[in-house]
Design a protein around this ligand. Sequence first.
Ligand SMILES: Nc1nc2c(c(=O)[nH]1)N[C@H]1C(S)=C(S)[C@@H](COP(=O)(O)OP(=O)(O)OC[C@H]3O[C@@H](n4cnc5c(=O)[nH]c(N)nc54)[C@H](O)[C@@H]3O)O[C@H]1N2
Ligand SMILES: Nc1nc2c(c(=O)[nH]1)N[C@H]1C(S)=C(S)[C@@H](COP(=O)(O)OP(=O)(O)OC[C@H]3O[C@@H](n4cnc5c(=O)[nH]c(N)nc54)[C@H](O)[C@@H]3O)O[C@H]1N2
Ligand SMILES: [Mo]
Length: 554
Amino acid sequence: MFGAGAMTNSIPEIRDTELMFVIGSNTTEAHPIIAMEMKVARQRGAKLIVADPRKIWLAEHADIHLQLTPGTDVFLLNAMAKVIVDEGLVDRDFIDKHTEGWPALRDNLAKFTLEEAERVTGCKAEDIKQAAIWYAQYKRAGIYYTLGITEHTHGTDNVYSLANLVLMTGHLGVRSAGMNPLRGQNNVQGANDAGCSPVFYPGYQKCDDESVRKKFGEAWGIGEGPGPGKNLNEMMKLVEHGEMQALYIMGEDIVISEPNCNVLEESLKTIEFLVCQDIFPNMTTPFAHVILPGASFAEKDGVFTNSDRRVQRVRKGVNPPGNALPDWEILIDFAKAVGYDMPQYQHPGEIYAELARLSPNFSGISYERLEEYPRGLQWPCKSADDPGSDYLHKGGPVIGKGQFQSVEYRPSAELPDDGYPLILSTGRVLYQYNSATQTRRDAGTNAKAGENFVEVHPDDAEKYGIMDGETVRIVSRRGGIKAKVWLSGRVQKGCVWMPMHFAEEAANRLTNDAGDIVTGTGEYKVCAVDLVPLREKKKAHGGAELQAVRHPEH
Ligand SMILES: Nc1nc2c(c(=O)[nH]1)N[C@H]1C(S)=C(S)[C@@H](COP(=O)(O)OP(=O)(O)OC[C@H]3O[C@@H](n4cnc5c(=O)[nH]c(N)nc54)[C@H](O)[C@@H]3O)O[C@H]1N2
Ligand SMILES: Nc1nc2c(c(=O)[nH]1)N[C@H]1C(S)=C(S)[C@@H](COP(=O)(O)OP(=O)(O)OC[C@H]3O[C@@H](n4cnc5c(=O)[nH]c(N)nc54)[C@H](O)[C@@H]3O)O[C@H]1N2
Ligand SMILES: [Mo]
C-alpha cells in the first residue's frame, strides 16, 4: 500500500515518539531491545495503547488496553477509522496529495459502528473511541505490530486496516511515527531483501515482471529467470498430497513450526528426497535423506539486516566444528554438483557486491563502506555517498500514491463450539526461541522455562474442575497434547494460550493450517480446543499413570 515491505521508521526513533499503538505484539518478550526503547518513550511521557487479547506486560502499563477477542482486529481497526472520520480528525491534505481510493474506504467504514465493534471485539466502545482520537491527534504516532496481526486467515486484511489508519491520519514520512512490523528472526529482513521469496528477486523486484526476469537471467547467465514460485503454505499442501518429490530445507524445523504438524509428519515419511541444511539435528532431520551441516552465526562472515533495514557486518568468531560450512559455501558446491557454474565467490562481500549491483535500493552499500559505519547502513541507500535512510516515505509514499484498501470483517476459520469451546492461541516466551532447537540446548534458558504449559483463566479452570499445576490434555480437531496448567489472569475467559517451543508436546499438533488468502500464513493464533483433566490413578503393580477423568470421547 506504501510501496516498501519493512518498518517505515527506525528503532532509535521510538524513544522520541508521542504515542505508541502496539497491536498483536508481545514486545517485551519477543523484541526486548525494541521494548526497552518503548519503555524510554513511556518514561518520557508517550501515550501507550495496546490491543492484545492477553494482559501482557505492556498492556499492564498502557493508558488503554483493548483486550479484544482473538481474531477481531479488522472490526476494531475499522471502527477506529470510522471514529477518526466522524470526529473530523482525518488529514485531508495528506489524503488529497498522497493517496488514492479514499471515497471508497470512507463509504465502507459506515458499517463499523462503535456499538457493533463493542459486541464483536468485546472492547468497551469508549476505549475504542478514545484510542482512535488519541492516535489521530498525536503527530508522532507509531504503530508496532507482529504476529497477533499476521498469523490469521485474515492477516492481510488486518495489515490493510492498519495501513488505512496510517494513510488517513498522515502518520507516514514522519519521524517516530509510521507503521512498523517488527521482524522475528535474525536476518529474516535480509533474507527477503536478498530474494528468499517466491515472488521477488533480490531488492523486491517482482518475479512476474518480464524485464526483471530478463535482467537477472542475464546477470546469472541462464537466459530468462523463472517466474513466481510457491509459498511455504502451498508447498506444505503439495507435500501432504504427495505432489512434492523433493524438499531442500535450510534453517527451518518444519515438523515443529508448521501448523497441523501431525499430517505433515506423516507425509514427510513418504517424500522421495529430503535435504536438511542446519546447524543442529532437529525434529525434521530424522526424515532427511541428506543432512548438510551449516556453520552458525558465530562461525562465519557476512551481514545481517535487522528489522529497521539496517545492514550490519558480522565477523567470524570461532571456526565451525567438523565438516560444517557457511551456508553460502554449501550452496555454491550444491550448484556446481547439479551442473550450474556459479561464480567462485571467495568471500560473502563479493556476493553482496552482486546484490548491490542488481538492486537499486542497496546499490550504495558495500562491505568496504560498512567498515566506516559500525552501526550499519539502512536501505534505501542508493549511492556511495548516500548515508542511508532512517525513516521512509519522506515527502510522500515511495509508491507515488498510497493505496487505501477497503476490507470486510471475516471471523477466524475455526470458532469455538460445544465440542471445542475454548479459543487456543499460541506464541512465545522470553527464554525460548521458536522451535527451541538452539535454546533448549542451554541449561540457563531451560532453568527459566523448561517445560510446556497452558495459561487458563481461573473461571474456566473452575468449570473444568482443574487446579494450578495440574497436567491436562488439550485437544483440537487435529490432535491432542499434554501441558501443565498455569492459572492466569493474563488470558481472558474462554481463551487459553500456550507457547510453541516444546517439541515433545508441540502446540502445532493442535493448530489449524487454514492459511491467509494472500500470504498463506497459517492461523496459529486462533483454533478451537477442549481441555481434558488428567488425574493420577494408582496402578495395581506400583507406579502411577495419568488418566483422563472427563470427556472420555476425547
Ligand atoms: N524470546 C523470543 N523472542 C522471539 C522469538 C522467540 O521464539 N522467543 N521468536 C521471534 C519471531 S520468529 C517472531 S515472528 C517474533 C514474534 O513476536 P510476537 O508476535 O510479539 O510473539 P507472539 O508470542 O507470537 O505473540 C504475539 C502477540 O499477539 C497476541 N495476539 C494473539 N492473537 C491476537 C489477535 O487476534 N489480535 C491481536 N491484536 N493480538 C493477538 C498475543 O497475545 C501475543 O501477545 O518474535 C521473535 N522473538
Ligand atoms: N504454533 C505456532 N507455530 C509457529 C508460530 C507461532 O506463533 N505459533 N510462529 C511461526 C513463526 S513466526 C516462525 S518464524 C516459525 C519459526 O520456525 P523455524 O524457522 O522452524 O524455527 P527456528 O527455531 O527459528 O529455526 C529453525 C532452524 O534453523 C537452524 N539454524 C540456526 N542458525 C542457522 C544457520 O546459520 N544456518 C542454518 N542452515 N540453519 C540455522 C536452527 O538450528 C533450527 O533448527 O515458527 C512458526 N510457527
Ligand atoms: Mo517469525
